[in-house]
Design a protein around this ligand. Structure first.
Ligand code: SF4
Ligand code: SF4
Length: 153
């Protein structure tokens, strides 16, 4: 590391693939957007993003209610790594991983910058105020909650 860079935070001095697992985890801003339910069109593979939140998501905090066991409880839960960050069109432009991979810095509202887990909500980035849980919803009704479409890539 350059001597002149020692005061910079880790996300300014390391690339994503150089980060420790702890640093990688801490980059997640807690927006909850990747926990929105996606519907995949069986015919063309297109992805329809809904405003329904995964039933394991605590919408109040936008954090997974069982993060340690999420892959056992929700087999569809995505592992967010560098490959998925580069592949997923629907991952929001606000996502910390996407921002850094595109050469952008973290925004003022990111908890690592602001020092508060609340700013991601206050800035309107999280899904807290407009998402609803899929819990108990009939799967036939999911299509009514589509908010965006992404072509199969
Ligand atoms: S979209 Fe990115 S920053 Fe937001 S919760 Fe998912 S991984 Fe974390
Ligand atoms: S299992 Fe947890 S981390 Fe995975 S999509 Fe659901 S709420 Fe999000």
């Amino acid at each position: 590391m350059d001597e002149e860079n020692t005061d910079l935070p880790f996300w300014r001095t390391k690339s994503l693939d150089e980060m420790t697992p702890e640093e990688w985890e801490s980059l997640c801003d807690g927006c909850g957007r990747c926990c929105l339910v996606k519907l995949v069109d069986e015919d063309d593979g297109d992805i329809h993003l809904t405003r329904l939140a995964c039933s394991l998501l605590d919408i109040g905090t936008c954090r997974c209610s069982d993060y340690a066991n999420r892959h056992e409880k929700m087999p569809d839960c995505l592992r967010i790594d560098l490959a998925t960050v580069r592949k997923l069109d629907w991952l929001p432009a606000s996502c910390a991983y996407r921002r850094l991979d595109e050469g952008r810095d973290l925004a003022w509202w990111h908890p690592l910058v602001s020092g508060s887990a609340q700013t991601v909500h206050q800035a309107g980035i999280s899904i807290r105020d407009w998402s609803i849980s899929e819990k108990g919803l009939d799967s036939e009704a999911y299509h009514r909650f589509i908010i965006a479409d992404f072509e199969d890539s």
